[in-house]
Design a protein around this ligand. Structure first.
Ligand code: UDP
Ligand code: MG
Length: 231
């Protein structure tokens, strides 16, 4: 399963790129913006609530959006994976998505693709879209600028989170292989960190023991013995 987060400011072309990826990889797109618009069109309670934020160019509160996303993910589907278009939009949503994907799908986010477009180009694109889309939040320049402001205030950091998380995760993966840690006994970052420190100490210890005692045994074998402590 491949799960892609398509990230970028309003008007950066997430929907367009999502369509290309869907066709290529047989994925299911989940656009929280489209789900809100569907609810608004059908005048549901959720739609009414969402409209009060969307019309001002503000974000719909986290929990409302997260609950809607979980409902959508629970619908049966036969897909190779998901494209999240326009979600997550806050740091809290980013953490929530990680847990949701784990709990609901038993998998993880494979990659976050970040689309970068100049602010003025965004405004022009959105105004152009507003001519035909009938979307109130694409119509008025003031609302569009507010959407971009919301993006910088609340959403931009999501890209940084994914960037950092992955570096840490790749590093952990590499360490896990090299230090022969079979599995971590805790999932919090701190628990993992402590075990890595322990493993590094063990690694150094083995090197010293091997050298000082002129052991025949390979580092791998010694590590296997020591790994009882970190298993
Ligand atoms: N929105 C939100 N959370 C989401 C998705 C959308 O609050 O997860 C709201 C927000 O007000 C946003 C609007 O819905 O400005 C339109 O979002 P969409 O992703 O459809 O906009 P796009 O970036 O594609 O133009
Ligand atoms: Mg879109």
């Amino acid at each position: 399963m491949i799960n892609i987060v398509l990230f970028g400011p309003p008007g950066s072309g997430k929907g367009t790129q999502a369509q290309l990826l869907i066709d290529k990889f047989n994925l299911k797109q989940i656009s929280t913006g489209d789900l809100f618009r569907y609810n608004m069109k059908n005048d549901t309670d959720l739609g009414k609530l969402a409209k009060s934020y969307i019309d001002k160019g503000e974000l719909v509160p986290d929990q409302v959006t997260i609950d809607m996303l979980v409902d959508e993910l629970r619908k049966p589907t036969n897909t190779n994976g998901f494209i999240f278009d326009g979600f997550p939009r806050t740091a809290h949503q980013t953490d929530a998505l990680e847990n949701i994907v784990k709990d609901e799908l038993g998998t993880e986010i494979s990659v976050c693709l970040s689309l970068v477009v100049d602010d003025e180009a965004l405004v022009q694109r959105l105004l152009k879209r507003g001519e035909t889309s009938g979307r109130t939040d694409n119509y008025n320049e003031e609302i569009i600028r507010n959407r971009i402001k919301e993006y910088y205030a609340k959403t931009a950091e999501v890209a940084e989170l994914y960037k950092n998380r992955w570096q840490v995760e790749l590093f952990f993966k590499w360490l896990k292989q090299h230090l022969k840690i079979k599995r971590f006994w805790g999932t919090t970052e701190n628990a993992v960190r402590i075990q890595i420190y322990a493993a590094i100490c063990a690694y150094c210890l083995v090197a010293i023991i091997q050298h000082d005692m002129q052991l025949d045994r390979s580092t791998y074998e010694v590590l296997q013995i020591l790994s009882i402590f970190i298993d």
